[in-house]
Design a protein around this ligand. Structure first.
Ligand code: AMP
Ligand code: MG
Length: 421
């Protein structure tokens, strides 16, 4: 079954409101094996809505239109739908009674404009709204010579839209039952760029492959989305598992987790399982690393303490970094990162200590140490080491990548592996 989603509203087209309805509806439809061919966003203009419905209905079996069902002059979805269907709008007596009861209960007179919400195109069916005053509309569109399309018009308010979809549209799709099942899994990596990850996956990313494998990037984290699409659920599950295994083989320890797992959450699980603890010493990240670690509930079981040693004086006083080291190599240097990590580990009484010192910009860079130069140290069982990275981007992303890289280095350390970056 092919579906198309239309979102109606000037605020969406103007970018004032983000169209979250389409994203949510797409995920629901995909999970039910219903292909989504397109999303379109349309302003509150009747002619535009009519042509969008006409065009979308011509190339789908199922059309979901959200928004524009309110009582005001800019809500034009029902008028546009009636025009496309070539049928008049008729008052639905039962829903008018509902509306009158709704206002009577609140001891308010019903504004005349609300009457329009009880109007639906002749021959269409009402979709009850248990959360608001606008009912949805369920209509069959079957122009001569074209294939039929079932059109659902539903409110734009996300809560009302979701309830109506779950209770009244999803059962229809399940009953139609012609779709395949799509099962998905997401694997997360950090440390390599998207093209390097893709290179290692080779033909797994072939566009014709089923299950398909695609990559997305968000805040430096490259994720693999695996979608298995089969008629049979058991087959889809087996294929999803075997492609997951192939991706894991291709990327090895680069994969830190899957689906809802986060890097700090995975680190927390590893620390808990091994009964190790960690302390942090941060300069340019100003506590971001400690924040990421302590964002995880229960982190008090493994996070000992953290220092924000922004000035040279603080590095010396609080972590014992020798003044000569700072003078000789500068605050952003591997020897200083090592001294910070050693100081934090000794003073924090932790199994591991992570240190970060770098130039987050926009100022402070030099030809030898440009903005984005960050030294990350790790003290633990092995001799303390530090590595210098050159992170791209602005201040925020340099700080974000620095903290995530420190977590990643800790992950490799706990796993007893050496990090490939
Ligand atoms: P409407 O049904 O067009 O009156 O929309 C009511 C409200 O729901 C709008 O003012 C938006 O705040 C919200 N809304 C409508 N469409 C969407 C959408 N596609 N995504 C997120 N919010 C929406
Ligand atoms: Mg609207």
């Amino acid at each position: 079954m092919i579906s198309i989603i239309l979102s109606i509203g000037d605020e969406l087209v103007l970018g004032q409101t983000v169209d979250t309805n389409s994203a949510w509806l797409s995920a629901q439809l995909a999970a039910m094996g219903c292909d989504v061919a397109a999303h379109a966003t349309v302003p509150d203009d009747q002619t535009s809505i009519e042509s969008a419905i006409q065009a979308a209905a011509g190339r789908s079996d199922l059309l979901i239109v959200s928004g524009g069902l309110g009582p005001t002059a800019d809500d034009l979805t029902r008028q546009a739908l009636a025009a496309v269907l070539g049928r008049p709008l008729e008052i639905n007596a039962a829903w008018l009674e509902n509306l009158e009861a709704f206002f009577a209960q609140r001891r308010r007179p019903m504004p005349q404009s609300n009457r329009v919400q009880a109007m639906i195109p002749a021959g269409a069916r009402i979709l009850e709204n248990t959360a608001g005053t606008a009912p949805g509309i369920d209509a069959d569109f079957h122009p001569p010579g074209a294939k039929p399309c079932r059109i659902f018009a539903i409110p734009g308010v996300p809560r009302e839209m979701k309830l109506m979809f779950e209770r009244q549209i999803a059962p229809h799709i399940a009953a139609a039952g012609r779709g395949a099942v799509i099962l998905s899994r997401t694997l997360h990596t950090f440390g390599l760029g998207e093209s390097s990850v893709a290179q290692r996956l080779e033909e797994l990313m072939d566009r014709r492959r089923n299950p398909s494998v695609g990559t997305t990037v968000s805040d430096g984290q490259v994720s693999l989305r695996i979608n298995a699409r089969f008629e049979d659920r058991a087959r889809a599950q087996t294929e999803l598992d075997s492609t997951t295994e192939l991706c894991r083989r291709a990327l090895g320890d680069l994969i830190f987790g899957q689906d809802d797992q986060t890097l700090p959450g995975v680190i927390g699980d590893l620390l808990l399982a091994s009964q190790f603890t960690v302390a942090t010493a941060e300069s340019c990240t100003g506590g971001l690393l400690a924040k990421m670690i302590t964002d995880i509930p229960g982190s008090s079981r493994y996070f000992q303490r953290g220092w924000i040693t922004y000035s040279n004086a603080a590095k010396g006083e609080l972590l014992g970094v020798p003044a000569e080291l700072l003078a000789q190599h500068g605050a952003v240097s591997e020897p200083v990162a090592i001294a910070m990590a050693d100081g934090a580990r000794q003073r924090g009484g932790a199994t591991f200590a992570l240190s970060i010192t770098g130039i987050a910009g926009p100022d402070g860079g030099s030809p030898q140490k440009p903005v984005g130069t960050v030294c990350i140290g790790i003290a633990g069982a092995n001799p303390t080491v530090a590595t210098t990275y050159n992170f791209p981007g602005d201040r925020e992303s340099i700080r974000d990548r620095s903290a995530k890289m420190a977590l990643t280095l800790l992950r490799y350390q706990i796993l007893g592996k050496s990090a490939p970056f």
